[in-house]
Design a protein around this ligand. Structure first.
Ligand SMILES: [Mg+2]
Length: 224
């Protein structure tokens, strides 16, 4: 159970956190565009592009980081191509998510490794865009996302700039993310971490809670 008070700051990853594993087709549609972009830059076939992406993920953390290191690709060129709306699938309207988010008393942010237009469009489709104070996207993180330490530092500086807190009390920050890799540095900073994952895999020690999906998260109001 998480205490639902006004001083709790809620940070949500977007992909596979604000929309669920059951809507993986959303992520798959984006993933296909990323492979097509790699294919375009390298002038190779689709299968080869997918192999190269695996190498980049291993060596650089993300496909974009690999493309930047190897070819000096501009992040905006990459995102303009992969976010072309006519090729993408978006999450369905989600009134239950809206109801859940609106019950949270503290400020809510999206903290995502995508350029913010992707989650903005998706959240508008789900009907939850206005539930968030701001989207902190990869463009706000100097194109260096989670799990790089600089991303978490930047997120904390946004909270100060926005005036949601005067100084950082890490135990007041909650990050919900489907990726353990992204939760670990957050836990190391003293943030609370919630792993959104529908498998039966047990949670590792650095994760405070595990939920099948975010609307299943147990929250308790101060007065109760
Ligand atoms: Mg994610």
């Amino acid at each position: 159970m998480i205490l639902n008070d006004a001083s709790t700051i809620w940070l949500f990853d977007y992909d596979l956190t604000l929309y669920f594993e059951s809507e993986r087709a959303v992520l798959n549609s984006l993933d296909r565009r990323i492979s097509l972009y790699v294919q375009k830059i390298l002038g190779c076939d689709f299968e080869k592009a997918q192999e190269i992406r695996k190498e980049y993920l291993r060596d650089y953390g993300t496909t974009l980081a690999g493309l930047r290191a190897k070819f000096g690709v501009s992040p905006d060129d990459f995102f303009d191509f992969i976010h072309e709306p006519e090729f993408l699938i978006y999450p369905e309207p989600a009134p239950q998510k809206r109801e859940f988010l609106m019950r949270l008393k503290g400020p809510r942010y999206i903290f995502t490794n995508g350029r913010s237009d992707w989650s903005r469009t998706g959240c508008k489709r789900m009907g939850i865009y206005d539930c968030f104070r701001r989207i902190v996207g990869l463009e706000d993180l100097n194109w260096e996302g989670k799990p790089q330490i600089s991303a978490y530092e930047k997120m904390e500086s946004v909270l100060i700039e926005d005036g949601v807190t005067e100084k950082i009390f890490p135990e007041k920050i909650i990050l919900l993310d489907d990726s353990l890799k992204n939760l670990k540095p957050a836990a190391e900073r003293g943030w609370r971490t919630i792993w959104v994952n529908s498998s039966l895999e047990p949670k590792p020690n650095f994760v405070h809670e595990k939920v099948e999906n975010l609307i299943k998260l147990g929250i308790r109001n101060e007065e109760c």
